[in-house]
Design a protein around this ligand. Structure first.
Ligand SMILES: Nc1ncnc2c1ncn2[C@@H]1O[C@H](COP(=O)(O)OP(=O)(O)O)[C@@H](O)[C@H]1O
Ligand SMILES: [Mg+2]
Length: 390
């Protein structure tokens, strides 16, 4: 039978383990218990020799040595000389400066291999203000450090892989342009030089070849633009979004002077952004607004900024039209490459524009999102900086 257990078999706290709180050595007992139970390594060194005077249980576990092997020793007895020199240099800084020294990361050789510690060293001064002891508190951060390193490596690998893939698709797309131009060019030459020897069917087939080649060329151009949006270095400057929007609309208006489109561009639309990328985004957004209002007699296209809803919220810009709109049930597809909610026979396009817009906003730390309703127009919102409120 357990000698400490009572008749009923239940263990009672024995006074030799935990004295009543009002006994003379209760405080001492409690302090000792706290030191022993703190889950960080605690150690004390004397200020003269820097020999260890105290080690707690977590310290023994961390170093893989019992305290008998530690007390009375110095760092030079326990660790490689270069480690010991570093530890003692920090000890002297603490004691001479009479300040807390925070060592965020230090490696230490232990019986269990190298561990990483976050250590704080505190001088303990006597009544005359002279340093007598050094208190050390070390947290074992090895697991966190290994996880950090693994994460950083994985990130670098992913970035490298993605950059390689991006460079690969860029050069593939780029190199496809020349043969494509040849196909289109030779078809055009055939149509012209052999016009008298081709019948209507022959000419129609060649026209189809040219149309397909031209469509593929615009797909490639759009893909190259998408790729460039990821690859260029971001260079922010004060950017006049209103002026860029006007410049994007100008060729559209000139090419279709018969269209009745009311253009509204708010004043003061400036942002700290890369104008080379913003102009690509606006080209896509205004191109869409122009295209999806093209089947109605009158249209309105608006470029503006929404009032912030909370302090610190990123400034939200928008491009709005009152055209064909789209079904909000499929809004998630809008920004995915090659996804289109309107058929090619209705409105032509490659489906890469909004994916490019999204990438440009992400490059700036912002994002793009959309609202729309079938037959009632669409609004594409975007921000060009991270949102401090989310
Ligand atoms: N202003 C808009 N109004 C209605 N639908 C739009 C608008 N902008 C984009 N969309 C929808 O999102 C799809 C993807 O847009 P985008 O990537 O620019 O491709 P594209 O213009 O080549 O079709 C479009 O095919 C269309 O279905
Ligand atoms: Mg488009």
């Amino acid at each position: 039978m357990d000698p400490e257990a009572d008749d009923d078999g239940v263990k009672r706290a024995s006074p030799s383990v935990a004295p009543a709180i009002d006994t003379p050595h209760a405080t001492e007992w409690l302090l000792h218990a706290i030191v022993e139970n703190i889950p960080n390594m605690l150690f004390v060194k004397d200020a003269e020799e820097l020999a260890f005077a105290l080690f707690n249980r977590a310290g023994e576990q961390l170093l893989g040595l019992p305290r008998e092997a530690l007390i009375g020793r110095t760092d030079f007895d326990l660790f490689p000389a270069s480690d010991a020199e570093f530890f003692q240099k920090k000890d002297r800084e603490t004691l001479d400066g009479k300040v807390l020294v925070d060592i965020e990361e230090e490696p230490i050789s232990t019986a269990r291999g190298v561990r990483w510690l976050h250590t704080k060293k505190v001088p303990i001064l006597d009544a005359e203000g002279q340093p007598r002891f050094l208190l050390g508190i070390s947290e074992d951060i090895t697991d966190r450090k290994l996880a950090d390193t693994a994460l950083r490596e994985a990130k670098t690998q992913a970035e490298t892989a993605s950059a390689e893939l991006e460079a690969f698709s860029y050069s593939v797309a780029h190199d496809l342009r020349a043969p494509l131009r040849a196909i289109d060019g030779y078809s055009a030459a055939l149509l012209e030089d052999y016009a008298d020897r081709l019948d209507d069917d022959g000419r129609r087939l060649l026209d189809n070849v040219r149309r397909a080649a031209q469509r593929m060329a615009s797909l490639i151009d759009d893909l190259l633009t998408l790729s460039r949006a990821t690859r260029v270095d971001l260079r922010r400057e004060q950017t006049d979004i209103g002026a860029l929007a006007r410049a994007c609309l100008e060729p559209l208006l000139r090419a279709a002077p018969h269209r009745e489109v009311e253009i509204v561009i708010e004043d003061g639309l400036t942002a700290l952004a890369d104008p080379r990328l913003v102009v690509v985004a606006l080209d896509n957004l205004l191109g869409n607004a122009w295209k999806f209002t093209s089947k109605q007699p009158r249209a309105r296209i608006e470029v503006g900024a929404a009032a912030p809803r909370a302090p610190g919220e990123a400034r939200t810009f928008f491009v709005r039209d009152d055209g064909a709109g789209f079904d909000m049930a499929y809004v998630g597809k809008l920004f995915t490459p090659f996804q289109r909610l309107h058929g090619a026979s209705e409105y032509d396009g490659t489906g890469i524009g909004l994916a490019t817009v999204q990438r440009i906003m992400r490059r700036h730390g912002g994002r793009a999102w959309a609202e729309g309703k079938v037959g009632a127009g669409a609004t594409i919102y975007f921000t060009l900086e991270p949102d401090a409120t989310t």
